[in-house]
Write a protein that binds this ligand. Structure first.
Ligand code: TYD
Length: 214
C-alpha cells in the first residue's frame, strides 16, 4: 500500500486555488491514487457548521481562532487521519497556515497562542508524542493583493473575509510569506499572477520535482 499523502492549498482570497485542486485530483487519480478532496474550515458536518459561523458571524479574534482550530480537530480526526491511514491522497483547500495568515497576520492575533493551539490540535495518536500532523506539501498561490482584489470584484457576494479592506490582505499575504520562509521544504510557491495554464504547469512541475506526480 502506498503511504498517505497530505497536500494543502493556500493563498489569499482570489488567488485561484480551486481549478488547480481539481486538476491535481484528476492527475493523481489518473496515476491510480484514491483522492479525498476536502476544505477548511469544514470537511465534516460539525466543521461545516463551524465554518458558517466563522465566515458569517461577528466575533472577536480569539473566538474566531478557536472555531478554526475546533473545526480542524474534528476534520483531522474524522476525515484526514483515516484517509491517510488508508493510503489515500488528501487534497485540502486551506489548513493551519491560513489561521496564521488570517487570524495571526490579518487580525493581529497572538501567534504564540496559535502555535499552542496548533500543537494541541495537530498532535494525533498515529504520530509519536511531540510530532504534529502537517501537510507533506503546501501549494501556496502567491498573488499580489491588488490583483486578487480585482479578481474578487467580479466574483460573488463576499463573505466576512472577502469583504476586508486591501490592507488586511496585504497582511495576510505577508503572513503566508513568513510561514513559507519558516518551512521552505514544505512550501511550494507558485507565482499566481500568470495565465491559468501557466500556473498549472508550475504546479505540475513543482509536484513532479517533489515526487508527488510522476
Ligand atoms: P475559501 O477557502 O476562500 O473558500 P471559498 O473559495 O469557498 O470562498 O474561504 C475560506 C475563508 O476562511 C477564507 O477567507 C480564509 C478563511 N480562513 C481563515 O480565516 N482561517 C482559517 O484557518 C481558514 C482555514 C480559513
Amino acid at each position: 500500500m502506498k503511504p498517505g499523502l497530505f497536500i494543502s492549498f493556500e493563498g489569499i482570497d482570489g488567488a485561484g486555488k480551486t481549478t488547480h485542486i481539481e486538476a491535481l485530483a484528476a492527475a493523481l487519480q489518473a496515476q491510480g491514487r484514491t483522492v479525498v478532496r476536502t476544505r477548511e474550515p469544514g470537511g465534516t458536518a460539525l466543521a461545516e457548521q463551524l465554518r458558517t459561523l466563522a465566515l458569517h458571524e461577528k466575533m472577536d479574534s480569539l473566538t474566531e481562532a478557536l472555531l478554526m482550530f475546533a473545526a480542524r480537530r474534528d476534520h483531522l480526526l474524522q476525515v484526514i487521519e483515516p484517509a491517510l491511514a488508508r493510503g489515500d491522497a488528501v487534497l485540502c483547500d486551506r489548513f493551519t497556515d491560513a489561521t496564521f495568515a488570517y487570524q495571526g497576520a490579518g487580525r493581529g492575533f497572538d501567534r504564540d497562542v496559535l502555535a499552542t493551539l496548533e500543537r494541541w490540535v495537530q498532535g494525533v495518536a498515529s504520530l509519536p508524542a511531540g510530532t504534529l500532523r502537517q501537510p507533506d506539501v503546501t501549494v501556496w498561490f502567491d498573488l499580489d493583493p491588488a490583483v486578487a482584489a480585482q479578481r474578487l470584484t467580479v466574483a460573488r457576494t463576499p463573505d466576512k473575509f472577502e469583504s476586508q479592506p486591501r490592507a488586511f490582505f496585504a497582511r495576510v499575504a505577508s503572513g503566508y510569506a513568513q510561514r513559507a520562509a519558516a518551512d521552505p521544504q514544505r512550501f511550494l510557491r507558485i507565482a499566481a499572477d500568470q495565465p491559468r495554464a501557466q500556473v498549472w504547469r508550475e504546479v505540475e512541475s513543482g509536484l513532479r520535482a517533489r515526487g508527488v506526480l510522476q
